[in-house]
Design a protein around this ligand. Structure first.
Ligand code: NDP
Ligand code: 8X3
Length: 253
């Protein structure tokens, strides 16, 4: 039986929350991270009611490096070593052409999707086993593979995650710590509500007329990557709705 200890950023919602539930079902102990403390507590309670795993919550904003290092340092010994890190916290903010872009949106995306991922990784790495059990999974996106109209800075942050994952893989192979990246297409989560700053009507339209991915589709792919034998690494996995053959094409009914 598997009792890995797994730290998931962005576990309050969407892909992170679905992954937490699936990993708990598969006997993983969990360190759940996010900014919304009350949601962390309710996800933790939901999991504890269903599965006999240990759970610790860390309320932190990945953009704040002091907060990240202090939170990870505060972890009880029972949650170390951290076998698996899932760098999932991320967001898009706004959808404008570059010339109409909002500086605050750009900074939010760069600070969360790229710098936040780096801070968390740097803080967690000393706590990861160096015997082949360590595994990092980064959430990229199809947006990092293909730039689409108005996506500019979000696409750039995810392209950075894509190439950073390659760099991390080669740097950490000597331990070895495996590094994988998953690149989803359209998944209906809070993602578009956040992108459109709370405009739920507009967010809903993104998923109209086709069968989008759901968070659990990504969770299952993540579990597949984690559950390979030690000598196998899935470097990257692109997962798309069948109705979305590439970043810019959606076949709507
Ligand atoms: P959600 O908005 O549902 O979840 C995002 C999660 O990230 C939340 O738990 C949120 O928690 C957390 N988060 C955001 N900003 C911060 C921050 N500054 N500090 C800490 N946590 C933060 O979206 P998804 O589940 O869809 O997104 C998860 C990842 O998947 C993201 O990296 C996204 O870019 C990527 N992705 C999503 C796709 C999609 O179509 N949905 C497709 C491809 C990739 P809280 O607000 O509590 O801090
Ligand atoms: C989220 C998917 O295509 O909206 O990364 O950018 S997309």
């Amino acid at each position: 039986m598997n009792f890995k200890k797994v730290l998931i950023t962005g576990a309050t919602s969407g892909i992170g929350k679905a992954t937490a539930l699936l990993l708990a079902q598969n006997n993983c102990h969990l360190i759940l991270c996010g900014r919304r403390k009350s949601l962390l507590e309710s996800v933790s309670a939901q999991i504890s009611a269903a599965y006999p795993v240990a759970i610790c919550t860390l309320t932190m904003d990945v953009r704040n490096k002091e907060e990240v290092f202090a939170a990870i340092e505060s972890l009880p010994d029972a949650f170390k070593p951290i076998d698996v890190l899932i760098n999932n916290a991320g967001l898009a903010s706004g959808l404008n052409t570059l010339d109409e872009g909002v500086l605050d949106d750009w900074e939010k995306m760069i600070d969360t999707n790229l710098k936040g991922l780096l801070y968390v990784t740097k803080a967690v790495l000393p706590l990861m086993p160096k015997n082949g059990d360590g595994h990092i999974i980064n959430l990229g996106s199809i947006a990092g593979k293909e730039a689409y109209l108005n996506g500019n800075v979000y696409c750039a942050t995810k392209a950075a995650v894509d190439n950073l994952s390659r760099g991390m893989r080669v740097d950490l192979a000597r331990f070895p710590i495996r590094v994988s990246a998953i690149h989803p297409g359209a998944v209906e989560t809070e993602f578009s509500i956040v992108r459109f700053k709370g405009d739920e009507e507009r967010a809903k339209k993104v998923y109209d007329g086709f069968e989008n991915l759901v968070a659990n589709d990504c969770a299952e792919a993540i579990w597949f990557m984690l559950n390979r034998p030690k000598h196998v690494n899935i470097n990257e996995l692109t997962i798309m709705p069948t109705a979305q053959p590439n970043a810019t094409t959606i076949i709507r009914k």
